[in-house]
Design a protein around this ligand. Structure first.
Ligand code: HEM
Length: 406
């Protein structure tokens, strides 16, 4: 049975809870961590396996906030906190406020020049990064079992569409002109996300659905898990830009890496796990991300929701074109894992046309070499990126205080 019809059967065949047998086929987890901290932005570290490290600063604070019943009050107050340069709202519990004051500080190694280069990079290459985040990283995350399951069984899993839209937004915000400027919003988004993740670490172990499928992990979202997802974003995007032969200068590529290093730090990833260079990032990704990709019922459900969101945007992207472009982007291995249809008409067309479109956009070949049909693809992808970007609303991240109702 092919991937897609299997997925359809899973989804139409009842709740995921009924799919224990499939869930029990626990996917491979990362192998023992051997990546050396000398390759990190810290340049050194204890080298502890990050699968056994979570967030020592945030986790106890959020557990206390939840146990005291402070979540609704805190969420209400945090709604007013939107800009990087804004003081924290008055009235936050003291332990949370102290933590957030510390967590909102930019790392000492943040480099304004590199952050500016990242902005220039996104301005020039936004169509590629937009398509890659939306149809590449987003879809790949559904083949990361721990992420798919954590998302599925947490509170936000009950409204996947909203959840996916919120997370996708971070991918775009990171390329925003103001991202880490005083008037920007990325520090706020990262710190709030760090709070959400810490809350999830307290809550998910109480979820029967999560505990039964976690493959023995007792607390979710370890530092290793965070890095796995991180690699599905910048590391994957940069690799694809290379595959697509998009010219990227060293300054732009360093800037793009840097904005994601700062983001990792502000999300609570320890500096000793954040790669200092693309070579280090690629090496870590090979070790941490590649081996864990696997199909899960929860991930397949997420894939469907994500593809529905794309189809609803009505950017002229027909479902077959979405399937084909996504498969072209994530490759056959991930395409099969998440059950993307094979498209005999569109796939060869996209494989032939996309490299030509890239070369033309980058001024490397003249117009007459582009086949007419290629413009259908170009137009649809461009509209998708614009709409996906345009749809994004300011994120109102809420700390959850329950899991997905079972
Ligand atoms: C929430 C981003 C890694 C699981 C969020 C949110 C964002 C985000 C923006 C808030 C959206 C919302 O409230 O719905 C990221 C980024 C990551 C990362 C940028 C890595 C670089 C992970 C990993 C896991 C995970 C590794 C699990 C293994 C979750 C869950 C939620 C969440 C369960 C909460 C959903 C809810 O509200 O119930 N993440 N995340 N995330 N994330 Fe992550």
């Amino acid at each position: 049975m092919d991937g897609l019809s299997r997925r359809r059967m899973l989804i139409t065949g009842g709740t995921l809870g009924a799919l224990g047998a499939l869930g029990a086929a626990a996917p491979a987890q990362a192998r023992p961590w051997t990546w050396a901290p000398s390759g990190s932005v810290a340049g050194k570290g204890a080298g502890v396996d990050p699968d056994w490290v979570w967030d020592d600063e945030a986790d106890p604070v959020l557990a206390a906030v939840i146990d005291r019943g402070d979540v609704p009050k805190v969420n209400g107050l945090l709604r007013q906190w939107t800009r990087n340069d804004q003081p924290l709202p008055a009235g936050l519990p003291a332990d949370l406020r102290d933590f957030m004051e510390h967590a909102r500080q930019m790392p000492a190694w943040a480099d304004t020049r590199k952050l500016k280069a990242a902005v220039d990079f996104t301005k020039k290459k936004g169509i590629y990064t937009g398509a890659l985040y939306g149809l590449g990283s987003g879809l790949m995350s559904t083949a990361i079992p721990r992420e798919a399951r954590a998302v599925y069984y947490s509170k936000g899993g009950a409204d996947m569409k909203d959840r996916i839209a919120k997370t996708a937004k971070l991918g775009y915000d990171v390329g925003d002109l103001d991202a880490y400027q005083p008037q920007g919003t990325m520090i706020v988004t990262c710190v709030k996300t760090r709070l959400v993740h810490a809350a999830v670490r307290h809550l998910l172990p109480q979820s029967p659905g999560w505990s039964q499928t976690s493959g023995g992990q007792t607390i979710p979202i370890s530092q290793a898990d965070l890095m796995v997802t991180w690699h599905s974003l910048p590391t994957f995007v940069m690799r694809k830009l290379k595959d697509w032969r998009v010219p990227v200068s060293t300054t732009e590529s360093d800037g793009f890496l840097h904005v994601w290093q700062v983001t990792a730090h502000l999300l609570g990833i320890l500096d000793e796990y954040i790669p200092a260079s693309w070579d280090e990032a690629n090496a870590q990704s090979k070790q941490a991300l590649d081996p864990v990709l696997a199909a899960t019922p929860e991930g397949q459900n997420l894939t469907d929701v994500l593809l529905d969101i794309v189809a609803e945007l009505d950017a002229g992207l027909t479902r077959p074109l979405i399937n084909a472009f996504s498969r072209y982007t994530v490759g056959d291995r991930v395409g099969d894992l998440i059950g993307l249809d094979r498209e005999p008409f569109w796939q060869p067309l996209i494989s032939a046309a996309w490299p030509l479109l890239v070369a033309f956009r980058e001024g490397l070949i003249p117009l007459p070499l582009i086949p007419e049909a290629a413009w259908t693809v170009e137009e649809a992808i461009r509209k998708f990126v614009l709409l996906f970007l345009g749809e994004a609303q300011p994120i109102d991240l809420e700390i959850p205080d329950t899991n997905r109702p079972s």
